[in-house]
Design a protein around this ligand. Structure first.
Ligand code: NAD
Length: 484
């Protein structure tokens, strides 16, 4: 087993950096509740070192060819894959997610991002616009110093999803992980430097919201990419606006998953499980409002309950465990509050929502039936293992109800009628839609939200537009004319 204690709290200018005068942040292993490490929030001196080193390193990095920058990222991807087992254990220590997940979706998806954007780096170009004899050419330029602020559910993946496109475009990145899961991003920084990234280009500093705030108010910072809640997103977006900084906002959701009566019930139940209970339900794009056409609802709920009974809650380090604890005591309390509210407001708790009689932040996966649109559990993001089943009759009705939310991150449809599937996703207000699947997030596809769920896109070629800007250059070959 690896030792989860980091070498130091921060990684700045190519090396670990400690400053114990910052506020201590204890790191808990969610499966046992034990403190496994302590990091210290960045002091103003650490913030200054991070920003100054990023600013100093960025111009030189931007002068490398894209292929040269990409080579570093691709090397880092290889190192991450070689160390997948240890990195997965660290992700499990940080988040409590079971190894049966972390071995396949955390460091591996981080490596995918490094490989994908490493491959893309050499192909970034501007364009040539002919204007008669004259012409304009555009240059794609980096933004400069970018700040990434992470949520706690996918600490390795989030640090790579932000770092890889930023670096590919020639930017420097300062990443502030969530205070709940501070460990994994440090390893990403270490690996990037080992792969040949010059010092200062990928710094990791710890802290709470105030550290994030001090980064995005620094005049040397050009962009902030946040993954977090809508409440934080509104604050960060407003702060960024003061300095006219570029933003990417990856925020929360309350996504609909719609099951028609012609769907393969077994497949739809699998989709509902993936879209509600993976990572103990702590996934932003989860389809937590499961609308089931009334004719098949009893069969769907019965089968879902049966399948949930097969979840293995146990030691997350044991690869046969399939369901881990919540990330923190606080998050469990929040989710328990929603479970109580659901019962108070008249939904039927089919199963789950209870603690396990052992240390750690365990909460069993919960299904609510007979949920109505106005209930709190159908309106608010819960961010835990709580699935709500709602009944519907017609296509028009379910579209209207699915869209009746301030969020718009994802939406899913299960049906055998493909025309209906495409008609539905066209009508659904969401950044990512799924037909007969749920929660896939390959790096090749854009990911992000509409409405309150966010601004901008991560992954895919779309991310390049959010980490670079165009400069237009006018060139006159014809005679220049002036009025006097
Ligand atoms: P959070 O909003 O509490 O915190 C997110 C990050 O913002 C943390 O690092 C926090 O320290 C920082 N922060 C808080 N206040 C700040 C401020 N004023 N200025 C700068 N930084 C500040 O979110 P969380 O509880 O860590 O994560 C859960 C939320 O994240 C959920 O709403 C979930 O849906 C969302 N999320 C979204 C995506 C996505 O891609 N759309 C992915 C994962 C999680």
């Amino acid at each position: 087993m690896i030792d989860p204690k980091p070498t130091a709290s921060h990684f700045v200018n190519g090396a670990y950096l400690e400053d114990t005068s910052g506020t201590p942040i204890e790191v808990f292993y969610p499966a046992t509740g034990e403190v496994i490490a302590t990091v210290y929030a960045a002091t103003p001196a650490v913030v200054e070192a991070a920003v100054a080193s990023a600013k100093a390193a960025q111009k030189e990095w931007a002068s490398w060819t894209g292929t040269e920058r990409g080579r570093v990222l691709r090397r880092a991807a290889d190192i991450m894959r070689d160390r997948n087992h240890d990195l997965s254990q660290l992700e499990t220590f940080d988040t409590g997610k079971p190894m049966s997940e972390t071995l396949y979706v955390d460091a591996t998806s981080g490596a995918d991002a490094l490989e994908y954007f490493g491959g893309l780096a050499g192909s970034l170009t501007g364009e040539h616009i002919q204007l008669g004899e004259d012409f304009v050419y555009t240059m794609r330029e980096p933004l400069g110093v970018c700040v990434g602020i992470g949520a706690w559910n996918y600490p390795t993946q989030i640090s790579c999803w932000k770092g890889a496109p930023a670096l590919a475009c020639g930017n420097a990145m300062i990443f502030k992980p969530s205070e709940t899961t501070p460990l994994c991003a440090l390893k990403v920084a270490e690996i990037l430097v080992e792969a040949g990234l010059p010092a200062g280009l990928y710094n990791v500093i710890q802290g709470l919201g105030d550290v994030g705030h001090s980064l995005i108010t620094d005049p040397r910072v050009d962009k902030v990419s946040l993954t977090g809640s809508v409440a934080t997103g509104k604050k960060v977006y407003a702060t960024a606006a003061e300095g006219m900084r570029h933003v990417t906002m990856e925020l929360g959701g309350k996504s609909p998953l719609i099951v028609f009566d012609d769907a393969d019930v077994e497949a739809a139940v699998s989709g509902a499980i993936l879209g509600n209970f993976y990572s103990s339900g702590q996934v932003c794009s989860n389809g937590t409002r499961v609308f089931v056409q009334s004719g098949i609802k009893p069969a769907f709920v019965a089968r879902l309950k049966e399948r949930l009974a097969g979840a293995v809650l146990g030691d997350p380090m044991d690869e046969t465990t399939t369901f881990g604890p919540m990330v923190s005591a606080r998050q469990r309390e929040i989710v328990e509050g929603f479970v109580a509210k659901g019962q108070e407001e008249g939904a039927v708790l089919v199963c789950g929502g209870t603690r396990l009689d052992k240390p750690g932040f365990w909460l069993t996966p919960a299904i609510f039936d007979n949920v109505t649109d106005d209930m709190t559990i159908a309106r608010d993001e819960i961010f835990g293992p709580v699935l709500s089943v709602l009944s519907f009759e017609t296509e028009d009705e379910v579209v209207a109800r699915a869209n009746d939310t301030e969020f718009g991150l994802a939406a899913g449809v299960f049906t055998k009628d493909l025309s209906r599937g495409h008609r539905m996703v066209k009508a659904l207000e969401a950044g990512t839609c799924y037909i007969n699947t749920y929660n896939d997030a390959p790096v090749e596809a854009p990911f992000g939200g509409v409405k309150l769920s966010g601004v901008g896109r991560e992954n895919s070629k779309a991310a390049i537009n959010h980490f670079s800007q165009m400069k237009s250059v006018y060139v006159r070959l014809s005679e220049i004319e002036a009025p006097f």
